[in-house]
Design a protein around this ligand. Structure first.
Ligand SMILES: NC(=O)c1ccc[n+]([C@@H]2O[C@H](COP(=O)([O-])OP(=O)(O)OC[C@H]3O[C@@H](n4cnc5c(N)ncnc54)[C@H](OP(=O)(O)O)[C@@H]3O)[C@@H](O)[C@H]2O)c1
Length: 256
């Protein structure tokens, strides 16, 4: 039996779980693709390739050269460039493509969210008066906050922020989730945080800070998502497996 060659664009827990589910299937030959930015990436249950493709053309060429039958974009909800590229490249390569993207968090009673469209907008929303800000947005876009040096920043990321932020009052915390609500409450209290800046990533691993903020009555500036339109999207690994079965069934091979 020839196996279905599947490229999973990863860097998320969901991508790893999907890869694990496909690894045990005799009809699938999955490869996981990582951006290659994390210094110490987690081990993965399938073959991994690492690093950018060189835009959508590079990705399309890779899909063709390696004879992939299906592309699954299981990247982080905020990894918009690679998601845009995935859609274009799959079309160019003439193979089906779908996205696995966890649902966004929804505000609950007691939440004090201000929704913004970008990290740059979050900086503006912080205002002029000095505040103690917990930045939990990863490290890539932290430099925007140099435009508001009057605030004190407590910055948590998996890898170090390089170069460090050029503002006088910073504290760096290197840590990998998941982060529970109780520990987050203690951290927010210990650092006397006034406001949190977060990305609406969804999922449970980083929700602790949001639940903790609700309990403590703290405001959250929530950067909302921008996902590419026009790509079929499922929200869970089980839904991804169902859709995959549908696509690779003999009479539906090119159906998405
Ligand atoms: N953004 C976040 O908040 C966040 C959080 C957690 C995890 N991640 C993960 O970290 C990775 C990078 O995120 P990002 O926000 O930098 O993405 P991005 O801005 O959408 O992508 C920037 C470039 O990185 C390369 N790239 C991204 N993901 C890749 C993948 N899975 N495999 C191969 N190349 C990839 C592509 O380079 P080329 O154009 O050269 O192909 C892409 O154009 C993603 O895999 C994502 O799932 C991101």
């Amino acid at each position: 039996m020839s196996k279905h060659r599947i490229l999973i664009l990863g860097g998320t827990t969901e991508a790893r779980h999907l890869a694990g589910a496909l690894a045990s299937r005799r009809d699938c030959d999955p490869t996981l693709s990582l951006a290659g930015r994390t210094a110490d990436p987690m081990s993965q249950p399938v073959p991994v390739r690492s690093g950018g493709f060189g835009g959508s053309d590079g990705l399309a060429a890779f899909l063709r050269q390696e004879h992939f039958d299906l592309l699954i974009d299981a990247t982080h909800p905020f990894a918009t460039r690679i998601s845009d590229n995935a859609l274009v490249a799959a079309k160019q390569a003439g193979i089906p493509c779908f996205a696995l993207c966890r649902p966004a968090w929804e505000p609950m009673p007691g939440d004090r969210w201000t929704g913004v469209a970008s990290v740059a907008e979050a900086v503006a929303v912080l205002g002029d008066a000095p505040r103690r800000v917990f930045l939990a947005i990863g490290r890539q876009e932290v430099s925007h906050f140099q435009n508001a040096p009057q605030h004190a920043y407590i910055i948590r990321s998996v890898d170090a922020v390089v170069p460090p932020l050029a503002v006088p009052d910073t504290c760096y915390i290197l840590a990998t989730g998941p982060f529970g609500e109780e520990a987050e409450k203690q951290l927010l209290t210990a650092h006397r945080i006034d406001v949190i800046v977060a990305k609406n990533s969804g999922g449970s691993a980083t929700y602790g800070k949001i639940a903790a903020a609700r309990k403590l009555g703290l405001p959250v500036i929530m950067v909302e998502r921008r996902r590419p339109a026009g790509i079929r999207t499922v929200q869970t690994v089980d839904e991804a497996l169902d859709l995959l079965d549908h696509i690779v069934s003999p009479d539906m091979k090119r159906g998405v």
